[in-house]
Design a binder for this molecule. Structure first.
Ligand SMILES: [Zn+2]
Length: 397
């Protein structure tokens, strides 16, 4: 396989940011389309919108993510873009973004724009679902090992803005300006040959600011291991972690309840119980009465994508769209109280609309780029995450 490989660097099958901007990751049919339009002098000023007609497993909503990367990708091109804020919880058929410009100027980027949007939104949505299930209890994203490492920062960012309280990989944490979170791998305990010895070494060597969270499922019965650890580390033991609970399907909640009981009656109520391994929103709901925090891997990092599509809805100022698709440029009004939205033809005034709850409606599909210049301040992921969490109160799983 041919590649422009930098001497001495690892040889990975990834496109560079520049190659993506040049259209190297486009589907070939857009290359052919571009050529035909060019030769037939058919370029037109269009508006194209991005919607999802439905979500994986009939989920009722999703989280919009990827906007910052998309704006960066198309920066400098003669395009005007309106979008809902990154982190908006939206429903099917609700436009999240609209590009306006000459078709030829973004034809070769449709594949990349959709890829950025679909995957990031999928991860953010799954993270939000897990966080919704966990409520106040922390959800940590541990899925770096399940994706191509080149994508880890994107996955971590999306998981974090979707609502995860922490992420595990170093590079993602750097970009997010958060402290990466993690406990200890089975390998550490195996090399010591004993859980308590490994925990004591961890306690001796690792920065005291890092919570002492010890894996208890390497060798012996989890209950007796938890008690032995608590008695050895006492107040220094922050939490115990149970990993790979899928091998104990059925009686797992019961086992955790039992461990909680045994710790409590010995005066170790401060020791929290963390669970990881095969976690998802359904398991979190089941375990939430007994568990204090969750490590979620594959479910978030390899979340089903949101199937956005891009469709032309206006050509040279006139509403025009394929069958099965409502033409015309639209606005999304959202009620600030109940978060129900109304999708209307652009130009419909807010004075013509009301919400059943009596709340105030506001337009949320607003300009974010004009003639290739980003016109909104980019938000810190922490703020986007806060926006997601504030909306989740109004949405059910
Ligand atoms: Zn309302």
């Amino acid at each position: 396989m041919k590649s422009d490989h930098e001497e001495g660097a690892p040889r990975f099958y990834v496109a560079t940011p520049q190659e993506i901007r040049e259209g190297k990751t486009t589907d070939i049919y857009f290359v052919r389309t571009h050529e035909i339009i060019e030769k037939k002098n058919l370029d037109r000023h269009v508006k194209a919108e991005f919607i999802a007609k439905g979500f994986h497993d009939d989920w009722p909503w999703a989280v919009f993510s990827g906007l910052e990367e998309i704006l960066s990708l198309v920066e400098g091109l003669p395009l005007t873009i309106r979008a809902v804020p990154e982190g908006t919880v939206f429903r099917s058929y609700e436009p999240v973004m609209e590009i306006e410009g000459n078709y030829q100027d973004f034809c070769l980027l449709e594949t990349a724009i959709l890829g950025l949007m679909c995957q990031s939104s999928g991860v953010a949505t799954k993270a939000a679902r897990c966080k919704k299930a966990a409520g106040e209890r922390p959800v940590l994203s541990f899925g770096a090992r399940r994706v191509h490492p080149a994508l880890t920062p994107m996955v971590d960012r999306s998981a974090y803005i979707g609502g995860c309280d922490g992420i595990s990989a170093v590079k993602g944490a750097e970009l997010l300006d958060v402290v990466p979170t993690g406990t200890m791998p089975h390998a550490l305990i195996l090399l010591f040959g004993d859980t308590v010895e490994a925990a004591e070494a961890f306690n001796e060597i690792v920065d005291p600011k890092v919570g002492r969270v010890v894996l208890i499922d390497t060798f012996n019965d989890e209950k007796f291991e938890a008690i032995r650890l608590a008695e050895a580390l006492r107040e220094k033991l922050y939490a115990i972690r149970l990993d790979t609970p899928s091998s104990r399907r059925g009686n797992f909640p019961r086992m955790i309840e039992e461990i909680r009981w045994e710790l409590d009656i010995r005066g170790f109520s401060h020791v929290k119980i963390f669970v990881s391994g095969g976690m998802n929103e359904d398991k979190i709901r089941q375990l939430n009465p007994y568990v204090d925090a969750y490590g979620v891997g594959t479910a978030i990092s390899n979340a089903p994508v949101v199937d956005f599509s891009m469709d032309i809805i206006e050509i040279e100022g006139k509403p025009f769209a394929k069958k099965g698709k409502m033409s015309g440029s639209k606005q999304v009004f959202r009620c600030t109280r109940c978060l129900q939205e109304q999708v209307v033809f652009l130009g419909t005034g807010v004075e013509d609309l009301t919400c059943d709850c009596g709340g105030t409606l506001e337009p949320i599909l607003n300009p974010v780029m004009v003639d290739g210049k980003t016109t909104v301040a980019l938000q810190h992921p922490r703020e986007i995450r806060g926006y997601v969490l504030s909306q989740l109160e109004h949405f059910e799983l």
